[in-house]
Design a protein around this ligand. Sequence first.
Ligand SMILES: [Zn+2]
Length: 84
Amino acid sequence: MNTSSSRGTVTTTQRKIPPMCQHQPACPTSDSADRDAARLVAHHPEQGWSLLCNGVLLFEDTGELLPDGQIIAPHRVGLTMTVA
Ligand SMILES: [Zn+2]
């Protein structure tokens, strides 16, 4: 089944990402290996995610959602999380 265009109506409402990173030094891009070293531009610990300057959504389990929709599995396995 080819439903690749089933959700083609993309609304450009939510994310306000500046066209260029304005930090010094510049943040790693979303396709860089150290992408999660970018600055936080939004932090929602109560929801368990943060938005990085390069558009990457970083989840508290270290999973990531890239701006192009690619999903990165959590990679810090063995990390002891303190669940209050
Ligand atoms: Zn930046």
